[in-house]
Design a protein around this ligand. Structure first.
Ligand code: CTP
Ligand code: MG
Length: 187
């Protein structure tokens, strides 16, 4: 693959980790994941982390990933679409999608411990919590896949483009969520 191809493939393959963050804003609401409980005077996670958001997000990312796998099997080009054979491909997609929402929850856990309220700005942490969660999870369950696509060869171009795109998309989606009344702040 050329650097450009590797960069585009790198972003495409990460969609199951990207989509949950936006989908959570759309699906969010209802019972908070911490059931309103406190830890050391602060909410454990806060009202910005709900069960509907968590599963709405993780399942959206999973469905998208399975569609990409289905497409690649249908086109018989699993090499170029890059999740590889089942069941490993399903494991990659589930790790990316659920890891993304777990990272997002861990980010809020950390923010509350740092005395930051729901929606308060935490630069870097806000933008990359789900990226860290997704990558850590895939490193636990399918490390070979990550090295093949994001480290070896021109894979690093995929990782770099993905990391550049994340804060831009994050900002765009949050402005839309704010305008829709789903978020209290546009960041
Ligand atoms: N959301 C949700 N459940 C989740 C994740 C997100 O319901 N597990 C919804 C909430 O409506 C949340 C919005 O998506 O307000 C945006 O998510 P995020 O920016 O992560 O939450 P914040 O409200 O900023 O809260 P925090 O400070 O804890 O990050
Ligand atoms: Mg936020």
């Amino acid at each position: 693959m050329t650097p450009l191809e590797a960069a585009l493939a790198g972003v495409l393959l990460m969609l199951p980790a990207l989509v949950p963050n936006s989908a959570a804003v759309l699906f969010g609401g209802g019972r908070p994941m911490d059931f309103g409980r406190f830890w050391r005077g602060k909410r454990i996670l806060g009202d910005g982390k709900t069960w509907r958001g968590f599963f709405g997000g993780a399942i959206s990312g999973t469905v998208l990933g399975f569609l990409l796998i289905g497409l690649s099997i249908g086109l018989n080009t699993e090499e170029t679409l890059g999740y590889g054979d089942l069941p490993g491909a399903a494991c990659v997609v589930l790790s990316l999608a659920f890891g993304s929402m777990l990272g997002d929850s861990a980010g809020s856990l950390l923010k509350r411990r740092l005395q930051l309220g729901r929606g308060d700005k935490a630069p870097v942490l806000d933008q990359y919590n789900f990226v860290a969660g997704a990558i850590l999870m895939v490193l636990v369950f399918q490390p070979g896949w990550f090295f093949d696509h994001y480290v070896d060869g021109n894979g690093i171009f995929g990782l770099v483009l993905f990391l550049i795109i994340v804060p831009l998309l994050h900002r765009g989606v949050n402005i839309i969520g704010y305008k829709m009344g789903k978020k209290d702040v546009p960041w």
